[in-house]
Design a protein around this ligand. Structure first.
Ligand code: GDP
Ligand code: GDP
Length: 459
């Protein structure tokens, strides 16, 4: 359930913290963090080293001012950053030697349960570097690392030291928290909803490495869990993130969807579906993303006892291919039911990542084929399903081995999917069914136990 480890860079001003940050994050764009409810911004960037990924946060150069007195609010910021950090990097200037401010920061760091690396910067000259760095042993933080953030020398050693104690990360672990794309046409209420969802809770906005240029994500904590809202740059206009000329258009939404687990597709209760929304909905299906349909501005709808049902029916009809997506009626303006989105996201993501055992799957297949045997060709050739197995998740993808895929037309395929859903759930996620032709001999050669679920011949 943990997100990526955090590495905090601390030190007095002008020692080269932001230069080092740029080095560690490989020149990826600096993103100013949008910190809800606090005064000073923090800078979060993503870095990667030998397969380990982590956040690097620059705590700012103003922790200690020139006469080594701290500004309380800023100190609070640094405290916040350090509280979630696994590693702190104390940067000092090798040409200045140890200063009183360095001493003070070091003693302040020493009492913490946190790995501290002392990094001596601005040592471009190899012949003097080690000697100058050695002076900083007196900070009592272990062996100083001599580097030049500007030239990049020595930074590999720091990176090695940073990741030395990290747990091995699997792709699954690092993607633990649900990634949500909030999409919809302009004025549907995306930024209103995002502001509601983020609320007063702490959030950070950070660059995502190696993906869309300048994509900005917002992390939100809700009831102890972290949710990532993908590419919110265009959404949080009110945060005044400087974001360039590109507008948050359909293409941008598509990119966000590709990086998400679940798409919250916002619709306007006061207006019919637009072409743009149809395109977004189509893309959800194409990309195999989990989806929640959020009908916004529900406060503006005049209601009677039929309103909800008739609206739902109409929507189901229009978006029949997202029939598995839950529908929620909300008001981003009043906040009505907005908090119910989180449990829906949880459920959709769980289902999207769910795995079903082959045994269970074939039980369901057996029942389904007994109730409705597979079709036969006009020549009387009977369709047979040998067995099925789940081959992947996100979305759950099943491979069905059959004697001849051509015998299985859309209506029977649809029937099998319905049976899967009826027996196994999978609310909120699309399913993919792959129909693969195999001869009986191939099945036997593979050593698969032949389930032979389709037995009844057409009379
Ligand atoms: P910060 O205030 O700690 O974030 O420091 P900066 O990264 O803004 O750097 C302060 C100054 O030191 C800038 O003029 C940098 O160009 C310079 N600087 C940073 N790293 C190095 C380095 O490795 N060698 C030298 N010679 N100058 C550096
Ligand atoms: P975006 O372009 O999708 O980000 O939409 P905004 O969040 O900027 O909202 C567009 C307009 O719709 C604003 O004037 C909002 O105040 C308004 N709005 C958003 N959500 C609701 C809602 O649930 N009810 C009502 N009545 N107005 C809303």
């Amino acid at each position: 359930m943990s997100s990526l480890p955090v590495v905090a860079i601390v030190g007095r001003p002008n020692v080269g913290k932001s230069t080092l940050l740029n080095r560690l994050c490989g020149g990826r764009q600096a993103i100013v963090a949008d910190e809800a409810g606090v005064t000073r911004d923090r800078l979060y960037r993503e870095a990667e080293w030998t397969g380990y990924r982590f956040w690097v946060v620059d705590t700012g150069g103003v922790l200690f001012n020139e006469d080594t007195k701290y500004l309380p609010q800023i100190r609070e910021q640094v405290e916040l950053a350090l509280a979630e950090a696994q590693v702190a990097i104390l940067v000092v200037d090798g040409r200045d030697g140890t200063t009183a401010a360095d001493q003070e920061i070091a003693s302040w760091l020493r009492g913490r349960k946190l790995k501290v690396l002392i990094v001596v910067n601005k040592l471009e000259e190899p012949s003097t570097a080690l000697g100058l760095a050695a002076e900083f042993w007196n900070l009592g933080l272990g062996e100083p690392y001599a580097i030049s953030a500007m030239h990049g020398s020595g930074t590999g050693d720091i990176l090695d030291a940073i990741v030395a104690d990290f747990h091995p990360q699997t792709e699954f672990e690092e993607e633990q928290h649900p990634c949500i794309a909030l999409v919809g046409r302009p004025n549907v209420g995306k930024s209103s909803l995002l502001n509601r969802l983020v609320g007063k809770k702490r959030s950070i906005v950070a660059a995502e490495a190696g993906t869309t240029r300048d994509a900005i994500d917002t992390l939100v904590n809700w009831e102890g869990k972290t949710y990532k809202f993908v590419d919110t740059a265009g959404i949080r206009r009110r945060a005044r993130v400087d974001y360039g000329v590109e507008s948050f258009g359909v293409v941008r939404s598509f990119q966000a969807m590709r990086r998400s687990d679940v798409v919250v597709l916002m619709l306007d209760a006061t207006e019919g579906l637009s072409e743009q929304e149809m395109r977004l909905a189509g893309k959800v299906r194409e990309e195999g993303r989990a989806c929640i349909l959020a009908v916004n501005k529900w406060d503006l709808v005049e209601k009677n006892e039929h309103t909800l049902l008739s609206y739902t029916e109409k929507l189901r009809e229009d978006l029949y291919y997202l029939e598995w997506a839950p529908i929620i009626f909300i008001s981003a303006l009043t906040g009505q039911r907005v908090s119910k989105l989180y449990p829906l996201v949880d459920e959709a993501v769980t289902q999207h990542r769910r795995r079903v055992t082959t045994a269970v799957l074939n039980e369901v297949l057996k029942e389904a084929t007994l109730r409705h045997s597979p079709p036969a060709s006009r020549q009387g050739r009977q369709g047979r399903i040998y067995y099925g197995t789940q081959v992947s998740t996100r979305p759950p993808t099943f491979c069905l081995f059959v004697n001849d895929p051509k015998l299985f037309k859309d209506n029977y395929r649809k029937y099998i999917e319905e049976q899967f859903r009826g027996a196994l759930g999978f609310s909120g996620t699309p399913l993919r069914l792959l129909w693969r032709g195999k001869t009986e001999r191939e099945i036997e050669r593979q050593g698969r136990q032949r389930v032979r679920v389709a037995v009844t011949a057409k009379s």
